[in-house]
Design a protein around this ligand. Sequence first.
Ligand code: SER
Length: 318
Amino acid sequence: MKQEKILIIGAGGQIGVELALALRKVYGTDNVVASDIKAAHPLLKDSGPYAILNAMDANATLELVKKEGITQIYLLAALLSATGEKDPKKAWEINMQSLLQTLELGVQEKLTKIYWPSSIAVFGRSTPHHNTPQETVIEPQTVYGISKYAGELWCQYYNQRWGLDVRSLRYPGLISWKSEPGGGTTDYAVEIYHEALKNKKYTSFLSEDTYLPMMYMDDAIRGTIELMEAPSEKIKTRMAYNLSAMSFSPKEIAASIQKHIPDFTIDYNPDFRQKIADGWPKSIDDSAAREHWGWKNEFDLDNMTADMLLNLKAKVGH
Ligand code: SER
Protein backbone atom coordinates (compact mmCIF):
# COMPACT_ATOMS: atom_id res chain seq x y z
CA MET A 1 0.00 0.00 0.00
CA LYS A 2 1.20 3.48 -0.86
CA GLN A 3 2.39 5.56 2.10
CA GLU A 4 -0.12 8.31 2.82
CA LYS A 5 1.20 11.85 3.02
CA ILE A 6 -1.02 14.40 4.71
CA LEU A 7 -1.34 18.16 4.31
CA ILE A 8 -3.11 20.10 7.05
CA ILE A 9 -4.33 23.52 5.92
CA GLY A 10 -5.03 25.86 8.84
CA ALA A 11 -2.81 23.89 11.22
CA GLY A 12 -2.30 26.87 13.53
CA GLY A 13 -5.89 26.90 14.77
CA GLN A 14 -7.49 25.30 17.81
CA ILE A 15 -8.05 21.93 16.12
CA GLY A 16 -5.10 22.02 13.71
CA VAL A 17 -2.32 22.15 16.29
CA GLU A 18 -3.52 19.06 18.16
CA LEU A 19 -4.54 17.21 15.02
CA ALA A 20 -1.08 17.76 13.51
CA LEU A 21 0.60 16.39 16.64
CA ALA A 22 -1.76 13.38 16.73
CA LEU A 23 -1.48 12.60 13.01
CA ARG A 24 2.32 12.73 13.24
CA LYS A 25 2.16 10.04 15.90
CA VAL A 26 0.03 7.82 13.65
CA TYR A 27 1.61 8.43 10.23
CA GLY A 28 5.13 9.53 11.16
CA THR A 29 6.38 13.09 11.57
CA ASP A 30 7.69 13.49 8.03
CA ASN A 31 4.41 12.32 6.51
CA VAL A 32 2.34 15.17 7.95
CA VAL A 33 2.95 18.63 6.49
CA ALA A 34 1.40 21.34 8.66
CA SER A 35 0.56 24.66 7.02
CA ASP A 36 -1.05 27.96 7.95
CA ILE A 37 -1.09 31.56 6.79
CA LYS A 38 0.86 32.45 9.94
CA ALA A 39 4.25 31.34 11.26
CA ALA A 40 4.19 28.01 13.09
CA HIS A 41 2.36 27.73 16.42
CA PRO A 42 4.94 27.17 19.20
CA LEU A 43 3.91 23.51 19.51
CA LEU A 44 4.45 22.93 15.79
CA LYS A 45 7.71 24.84 15.57
CA ASP A 46 10.57 22.47 14.78
CA SER A 47 8.27 19.48 15.28
CA GLY A 48 8.02 18.45 11.62
CA PRO A 49 7.47 19.78 8.09
CA TYR A 50 5.80 23.19 8.02
CA ALA A 51 4.78 25.55 5.22
CA ILE A 52 3.31 29.04 5.13
CA LEU A 53 0.20 28.68 2.97
CA ASN A 54 -2.82 30.88 2.31
CA ALA A 55 -5.82 28.54 2.02
CA MET A 56 -7.26 30.85 -0.66
CA ASP A 57 -4.23 30.43 -2.93
CA ALA A 58 -5.12 27.52 -5.19
CA ASN A 59 -1.85 27.63 -7.15
CA ALA A 60 0.35 27.62 -4.07
CA THR A 61 -1.69 24.74 -2.63
CA LEU A 62 -1.35 22.72 -5.83
CA GLU A 63 2.38 23.39 -5.92
CA LEU A 64 2.80 22.24 -2.34
CA VAL A 65 0.70 19.11 -2.96
CA LYS A 66 2.86 18.19 -5.96
CA LYS A 67 6.16 19.04 -4.30
CA GLU A 68 5.41 17.03 -1.17
CA GLY A 69 3.55 14.16 -2.88
CA ILE A 70 0.45 14.82 -0.74
CA THR A 71 -2.25 12.11 -0.80
CA GLN A 72 -4.69 13.48 1.82
CA ILE A 73 -5.78 16.98 2.88
CA TYR A 74 -7.31 18.12 6.15
CA LEU A 75 -8.77 21.56 5.44
CA LEU A 76 -9.28 23.40 8.72
CA ALA A 77 -8.91 27.06 7.72
CA ALA A 78 -12.13 28.99 8.43
CA LEU A 79 -13.66 32.01 10.11
CA LEU A 80 -15.87 30.86 13.01
CA SER A 81 -19.33 31.96 14.10
CA ALA A 82 -18.65 35.15 16.07
CA THR A 83 -15.90 36.50 13.77
CA GLY A 84 -18.01 35.58 10.76
CA GLU A 85 -20.91 37.76 11.91
CA LYS A 86 -18.56 40.75 11.99
CA ASP A 87 -17.64 40.32 8.33
CA PRO A 88 -20.12 37.96 6.64
CA LYS A 89 -18.78 38.47 3.13
CA LYS A 90 -15.23 37.65 4.12
CA ALA A 91 -16.37 34.59 6.11
CA TRP A 92 -18.32 33.30 3.12
CA GLU A 93 -15.38 33.86 0.75
CA ILE A 94 -12.79 32.20 2.96
CA ASN A 95 -14.93 29.29 4.08
CA MET A 96 -16.36 28.45 0.65
CA GLN A 97 -13.47 29.26 -1.67
CA SER A 98 -10.97 27.22 0.31
CA LEU A 99 -13.32 24.22 0.33
CA LEU A 100 -14.27 24.37 -3.36
CA GLN A 101 -10.60 24.66 -4.35
CA THR A 102 -9.66 21.73 -2.16
CA LEU A 103 -12.44 19.52 -3.51
CA GLU A 104 -11.42 20.38 -7.07
CA LEU A 105 -7.78 19.68 -6.27
CA GLY A 106 -8.86 16.39 -4.67
CA VAL A 107 -10.40 15.23 -7.95
CA GLN A 108 -7.58 16.53 -10.19
CA GLU A 109 -4.76 15.15 -8.10
CA LYS A 110 -6.64 11.95 -7.20
CA LEU A 111 -6.24 12.46 -3.47
CA THR A 112 -7.20 9.39 -1.47
CA LYS A 113 -9.13 11.29 1.24
CA ILE A 114 -10.17 14.78 2.30
CA TYR A 115 -11.29 15.89 5.74
CA TRP A 116 -13.27 19.07 6.29
CA PRO A 117 -15.02 19.98 9.55
CA SER A 118 -18.64 21.02 9.83
CA SER A 119 -20.35 22.26 12.99
CA ILE A 120 -23.47 22.34 15.14
CA ALA A 121 -23.78 25.83 13.64
CA VAL A 122 -25.55 24.28 10.62
CA PHE A 123 -28.64 24.02 12.83
CA GLY A 124 -30.91 27.00 13.45
CA ARG A 125 -33.99 28.09 15.32
CA SER A 126 -36.37 25.86 13.35
CA THR A 127 -34.40 22.69 14.26
CA PRO A 128 -35.47 20.65 17.31
CA HIS A 129 -33.08 21.90 20.04
CA HIS A 130 -33.01 18.79 22.22
CA ASN A 131 -31.30 15.67 20.94
CA THR A 132 -31.07 17.22 17.48
CA PRO A 133 -31.26 14.38 14.93
CA GLN A 134 -28.73 13.65 12.19
CA GLU A 135 -31.34 14.45 9.56
CA THR A 136 -33.71 17.27 10.40
CA VAL A 137 -34.74 20.78 9.38
CA ILE A 138 -31.51 22.66 8.66
CA GLU A 139 -31.80 26.44 8.42
CA PRO A 140 -28.60 28.03 9.77
CA GLN A 141 -28.77 31.65 10.89
CA THR A 142 -25.10 32.66 10.94
CA VAL A 143 -22.92 33.07 7.86
CA TYR A 144 -20.61 30.48 9.41
CA GLY A 145 -23.50 28.02 9.65
CA ILE A 146 -24.62 28.79 6.10
CA SER A 147 -21.08 28.16 4.82
CA LYS A 148 -20.85 24.89 6.75
CA TYR A 149 -24.18 23.62 5.45
CA ALA A 150 -23.42 24.64 1.87
CA GLY A 151 -20.01 23.00 2.32
CA GLU A 152 -21.60 19.74 3.47
CA LEU A 153 -23.71 19.72 0.32
CA TRP A 154 -20.63 20.33 -1.83
CA CYS A 155 -18.80 17.48 -0.08
CA GLN A 156 -21.71 15.16 -0.80
CA TYR A 157 -21.85 16.39 -4.40
CA TYR A 158 -18.16 15.72 -5.03
CA ASN A 159 -18.50 12.28 -3.47
CA GLN A 160 -21.51 11.36 -5.57
CA ARG A 161 -20.35 12.94 -8.80
CA TRP A 162 -16.61 12.22 -8.74
CA GLY A 163 -16.25 9.50 -6.12
CA LEU A 164 -14.07 11.76 -3.94
CA ASP A 165 -13.60 10.23 -0.47
CA VAL A 166 -14.47 13.28 1.61
CA ARG A 167 -15.49 12.94 5.25
CA SER A 168 -16.83 15.40 7.80
CA LEU A 169 -18.02 15.85 11.39
CA ARG A 170 -20.37 18.41 12.92
CA TYR A 171 -18.22 19.36 15.90
CA PRO A 172 -19.81 20.77 19.03
CA GLY A 173 -17.92 23.44 21.02
CA LEU A 174 -14.35 22.19 21.53
CA ILE A 175 -12.44 22.63 24.76
CA SER A 176 -8.65 22.47 24.72
CA TRP A 177 -5.64 23.54 26.75
CA LYS A 178 -2.79 23.09 24.24
CA SER A 179 -4.14 25.40 21.56
CA GLU A 180 -6.26 28.52 21.76
CA PRO A 181 -9.76 28.88 20.27
CA GLY A 182 -10.52 31.89 18.10
CA GLY A 183 -13.72 33.66 17.19
CA GLY A 184 -16.29 31.09 18.27
CA THR A 185 -19.45 31.34 20.36
CA THR A 186 -18.42 28.36 22.46
CA ASP A 187 -15.02 29.90 23.36
CA TYR A 188 -16.31 30.93 26.80
CA ALA A 189 -15.92 27.30 27.89
CA VAL A 190 -12.16 27.60 27.35
CA GLU A 191 -11.71 31.16 28.69
CA ILE A 192 -13.46 30.20 31.92
CA TYR A 193 -10.70 27.73 32.87
CA HIS A 194 -7.94 30.28 32.20
CA GLU A 195 -9.73 32.93 34.25
CA ALA A 196 -10.54 30.51 37.06
CA LEU A 197 -6.83 29.78 37.50
CA LYS A 198 -5.70 33.36 36.99
CA ASN A 199 -8.33 35.51 38.71
CA LYS A 200 -10.75 33.09 40.37
CA LYS A 201 -13.61 34.87 38.61
CA TYR A 202 -15.13 34.98 35.15
CA THR A 203 -17.75 37.06 33.35
CA SER A 204 -19.57 34.88 30.85
CA PHE A 205 -20.75 36.34 27.55
CA LEU A 206 -23.55 33.76 27.52
CA SER A 207 -26.36 33.67 30.10
CA GLU A 208 -26.26 31.16 32.96
CA ASP A 209 -28.72 28.64 31.50
CA THR A 210 -27.45 28.59 27.91
CA TYR A 211 -26.93 24.89 27.22
CA LEU A 212 -24.68 23.97 24.29
CA PRO A 213 -23.19 20.68 23.08
CA MET A 214 -19.48 20.50 23.94
CA MET A 215 -16.53 18.11 23.66
CA TYR A 216 -13.00 17.78 25.02
CA MET A 217 -10.35 18.12 22.33
CA ASP A 218 -8.88 14.67 23.08
CA ASP A 219 -12.20 13.10 22.08
CA ALA A 220 -12.56 15.31 19.00
CA ILE A 221 -9.09 14.42 17.71
CA ARG A 222 -9.53 10.70 18.32
CA GLY A 223 -12.99 10.81 16.68
CA THR A 224 -11.61 12.61 13.64
CA ILE A 225 -8.83 10.09 13.11
CA GLU A 226 -11.24 7.18 13.68
CA LEU A 227 -13.63 8.60 11.10
CA MET A 228 -10.79 9.01 8.60
CA GLU A 229 -9.50 5.48 9.17
CA ALA A 230 -12.91 3.78 9.04
CA PRO A 231 -13.46 1.58 5.96
CA SER A 232 -15.25 3.58 3.29
CA GLU A 233 -18.39 1.41 3.36
CA LYS A 234 -18.99 2.40 6.99
CA ILE A 235 -19.30 6.07 6.07
CA LYS A 236 -22.96 6.26 5.17
CA THR A 237 -23.33 10.02 4.96
CA ARG A 238 -21.10 12.27 2.89
CA MET A 239 -22.67 15.33 4.47
CA ALA A 240 -21.27 15.43 8.05
CA TYR A 241 -21.90 13.26 11.09
CA ASN A 242 -23.45 14.66 14.26
CA LEU A 243 -20.88 14.15 17.02
CA SER A 244 -21.62 14.55 20.70
CA ALA A 245 -20.06 14.11 24.13
CA MET A 246 -21.70 16.39 26.73
CA SER A 247 -23.98 19.37 27.16
CA PHE A 248 -23.70 22.03 29.84
CA SER A 249 -24.48 25.65 30.68
CA PRO A 250 -22.11 28.35 32.00
CA LYS A 251 -23.62 27.77 35.46
CA GLU A 252 -22.84 24.05 35.31
CA ILE A 253 -19.25 24.43 34.09
CA ALA A 254 -18.71 26.97 36.89
CA ALA A 255 -20.02 24.44 39.43
CA SER A 256 -17.66 21.81 38.03
CA ILE A 257 -14.71 24.22 38.44
CA GLN A 258 -15.81 25.09 42.00
CA LYS A 259 -15.23 21.45 42.97
CA HIS A 260 -11.50 22.22 42.48
CA ILE A 261 -11.43 25.98 43.18
CA PRO A 262 -14.16 26.58 45.81
CA ASP A 263 -13.82 30.39 45.82
CA PHE A 264 -14.21 30.70 42.02
CA THR A 265 -17.13 33.00 41.11
CA ILE A 266 -18.98 33.65 37.85
CA ASP A 267 -21.24 36.45 36.66
CA TYR A 268 -23.02 36.98 33.37
CA ASN A 269 -22.98 39.74 30.79
CA PRO A 270 -24.45 38.31 27.56
CA ASP A 271 -23.40 40.01 24.32
CA PHE A 272 -24.16 39.47 20.60
CA ARG A 273 -23.01 35.85 20.89
CA GLN A 274 -26.08 35.04 23.03
CA LYS A 275 -28.28 35.29 19.95
CA ILE A 276 -26.01 32.92 18.04
CA ALA A 277 -26.06 30.40 20.90
CA ASP A 278 -29.86 30.64 21.22
CA GLY A 279 -30.20 29.41 17.64
CA TRP A 280 -28.08 26.30 18.22
CA PRO A 281 -29.03 22.88 19.64
CA LYS A 282 -28.79 22.22 23.36
CA SER A 283 -27.94 18.58 22.81
CA ILE A 284 -27.16 16.37 19.83
CA ASP A 285 -28.22 12.87 18.78
CA ASP A 286 -25.08 11.25 17.39
CA SER A 287 -26.37 7.67 17.22
CA ALA A 288 -25.54 7.44 13.49
CA ALA A 289 -21.81 8.05 14.19
CA ARG A 290 -21.94 5.54 17.05
CA GLU A 291 -23.65 2.87 14.94
CA HIS A 292 -21.88 3.37 11.61
CA TRP A 293 -18.22 3.66 12.62
CA GLY A 294 -18.16 3.14 16.38
CA TRP A 295 -17.84 6.67 17.77
CA LYS A 296 -17.68 6.83 21.56
CA ASN A 297 -16.69 9.79 23.75
CA GLU A 298 -14.49 9.33 26.81
CA PHE A 299 -14.78 12.69 28.56
CA ASP A 300 -17.72 14.17 30.46
CA LEU A 301 -17.84 17.55 32.20
CA ASP A 302 -16.18 16.57 35.46
CA ASN A 303 -13.30 14.50 34.11
CA MET A 304 -12.69 17.17 31.47
CA THR A 305 -12.55 19.89 34.16
CA ALA A 306 -10.06 17.87 36.21
CA ASP A 307 -7.84 17.30 33.16
CA MET A 308 -8.10 20.92 31.92
CA LEU A 309 -7.20 22.42 35.29
CA LEU A 310 -4.32 20.02 35.83
CA ASN A 311 -2.77 20.68 32.42
CA LEU A 312 -3.43 24.42 32.30
CA LYS A 313 -1.96 24.84 35.75
CA ALA A 314 1.23 23.10 34.64
CA LYS A 315 1.29 25.12 31.41
CA VAL A 316 0.70 28.64 32.72
CA GLY A 317 2.02 28.05 36.23
CA HIS A 318 -0.74 29.62 38.38
N1 SER B 1 -17.16 26.35 18.13
C1 SER B 1 -17.76 26.93 16.96
C2 SER B 1 -18.16 28.32 17.17
O1 SER B 1 -18.50 28.65 18.30
C3 SER B 1 -18.93 26.12 16.53
O2 SER B 1 -18.54 25.26 15.54
O3 SER B 1 -18.22 29.08 16.26
